[in-house]
Design a binder for this molecule. Structure first.
Ligand code: APR
Ligand code: ZN
Length: 281
């Protein structure tokens, strides 16, 4: 009986456009807490989650206060500057190097996929090392603004160099729209992919959690087209959805994913890569 790791390796090796979707679970083995796992940030401090729902509203109403708050508190995620990618991140970067993985769409703001060498990364919820202008969409690296000096000189909020509007951190807050460029590219990938590898996410936050459902819908259409007899089967791309997660998620329970490999991404993903290599020997 083939193991699920062998099955995933075979599915990946035979895919034409595989993408990965990741969440906080892939970074926990880099020492960054997740949100809803047993020792997650929201699990341990529901009040912090309630406050997080206000952040974007504060920015819209009073960008100066937003910045005062941001600068006053330490990141809930800890020291991201010095965080290092773990074998899970490196495994996805290697699958990209092998020409199998075409893109990583991540909810994580920690920049670890980039640090691991992944080239095509869509930061669906933005990134902590960037600033963004919600008005014109311009992004800046954090180094381009000395926000601490602006605070001391009473010059907050920092203003966009392109359009003069107040800018904010690139991280997307609850109730904040996903930046349109990222939203479109991620949707395009969900439509195009014939394999979706979903790693370390509880898949409960929308609109990100819609992406696997879109890929699944393609699978349903494929089956309907194949049954209709009106299409040559090869015309209809299959879509295989694989979860690698410590626990089942709504995608597992609702049959959106084809199978769940339950366990730690830092252990499972490298094993999948090794097995893909054995298949191609
Ligand atoms: N290997 C595999 N799975 C893991 C690991 C691991 N080492 N560690 C944790 N997990 C699982 C948890 O069991 C959980 O199911 O990863 C999942 C992480 O889920 P969440 O904590 O909800 O994180 P995520 O899905 O990324 O949250 C989505 O919510 O708060 C917002 O913007 C925030 O991007 C975040 C979004
Ligand atoms: Zn602007």
């Amino acid at each position: 009986m083939e193991s699920l790791i062998e099955r995933a390796a075979r599915d990946l090796a035979s895919s034409h456009h595989a993408i990965a979707l990741t969440g906080a679970g892939i970074s926990t083995e880099s020492g960054i807490p997740d949100f809803r796992g047993p020792s997650g940030i929201w699990t341990k401090d529901p009040e912090a989650e309630r406050r997080a729902y206000q952040t974007y509203h504060i920015f819209l109403n009073d960008p100066k206060e937003y910045w005062e708050e941001i600068l006053a508190r330490l990141s809930l995620l800890g020291d991201l500057e010095n965080a290092k990618p773990n074998p899970g991140h490196h495994a996805l970067a290697e699958l990209e190097k092998m020409g199998i993985l075409k893109c990583v769409v991540t909810q994580n703001v920690d920049g670890l996929h980039d640090k691991a060498g992944s080239q095509r990364v869509l930061e669906y919820h933005g990134g902590v090392f960037k600033l963004r202008c919600p008005s014109c969409g311009s992004r800046f690296s954090r180094q381009e603004y000395d926000v601490e000096r602006l605070r001391q000189e009473g010059q907050l909020p920092p203003l966009c160099r392109k359009c003069g509007s107040p800018i904010k951190g690139d991280v997307v807050h609850f109730n904040e729209p996903i930046p349109s460029d990222i939203a479109h590219e991620s949707l395009d990938e969900a439509w195009k992919c014939d394999l979706m590898l979903i790693c370390g996410t509880s898949s409960v936050v929308y609109p990100f959690a819609q992406l696997p459902r879109i890929a699944r819908q393609r699978k349903v259409e494929k089956e309907q087209k194949a049954q209709s007899g009106l299409y040559l089967v090869e015309e209809v791309a299959a879509t295989t959805i694989i979860e690698v997660n410590a626990e089942p998620t709504p995608l597992t329970r609702e049959g959106i994913s084809d199978y769940l490999i339950q366990g730690r991404t830092a252990e499972i993903l490298p094993k999948i890569v090794e097995t893909v290599k054995e298949l191609s020997r």
